[in-house]
Design a protein around this ligand. Structure first.
Ligand SMILES: [Zn+2]
Length: 170
C-alpha cells in the first residue's frame, strides 16, 4: 500500500493554511490524501444561512483544487470541542481512520491559539499508538503562522496554485 495521508483539520481552512503545499506535492508523488474535518459551520450552531452556503462552496472548491481522495466531516460545533467528551470525539475519528487506513496523519499544532486545535491534537494522540493492523510511519504537526506572508512564502516554495486557495478561504 502506498503513502496514505490523512489531514485532520479542526476547521475548514486549517488544511490549506497548515499544509496545502505538502498536500499538492504529495499528490504529485502519487499519494492518496484524505481530509478529516472536525467541525462544521451549521445554522443550528448560530451561523447565517448565507455563511453556511458560502462555506459549503468553499469546501467543495478546496476538495477539487487539492484533489482530496476522501472527505469526512464529523460536524462538531466550531469553538466548542473542549466541551465535548474526548471519548466521543475519538470514537468519531476512529471510524474514519479505520476505514481510510492512513499511513500518515497530519495533525494541528497544539500551540496554535484556537482551543479546537489543542483538543484535536490531544485526540490525535490516541492514535499515535499502533492500533490493530495500523502502523504509523509519521505524524506531521501543521504549524500555523500568524503572518500571512510566511504562509505564502511556504506555499510558493512548493507549488503555485495554492495562492488561489488562499484567496478562496481567507
Ligand atoms: Zn482552525
Amino acid at each position: 500500500m502506498g503513502q496514505r495521508i490523512l489531514v485532520v483539520a479542526p476547521h475548514a481552512d486549517d488544511e490549506v493554511i497548515g499544509c496545502a503545499g505538502l498536500i499538492l506535492s504529495s499528490k504529485l508523488k502519487g499519494a492518496s490524501v484524505g481530509w478529516l474535518l472536525m467541525t462544521s459551520v451549521e445554522e443550528q450552531y448560530g451561523y447565517s444561512e448565507e455563511f453556511v452556503q458560502t462555506r459549503k462552496k468553499q469546501i467543495e472548491t478546496v476538495k477539487e483544487l487539492l484533489s482530496f481522495d476522501t472527505f469526512s466531516n464529523l460536524g462538531f460545533h466550531p469553538a466548542y470541542l473542549d466541551t465535548i467528551p474526548k471519548s466521543e470525539i475519538i470514537l468519531a475519528m476512529s471510524k474514519v481512520i479505520q476505514r481510510y487506513q492512513p499511513s500518515e496523519l497530519y495533525i494541528p499544532y497544539p500551540g496554535d491559539a484556537h482551543s479546537d486545535h489543542g483538543v484535536t491534537f490531544d485526540c490525535c494522540r490516541a492514535f499515535m499508538k499502533p492500533l490493530g493492523t495500523i502502523m504509523w510511519k509519521k505524524f506531521v504537526a501543521m504549524k500555523q503562522f500568524l503572518k500571512p506572508i510566511k504562509i505564502l512564502l511556504l506555499i510558493k516554495n512548493t507549488l503555485n496554485p495554492t495562492g488561489l486557495l488562499i484567496s478562496v478561504i481567507l
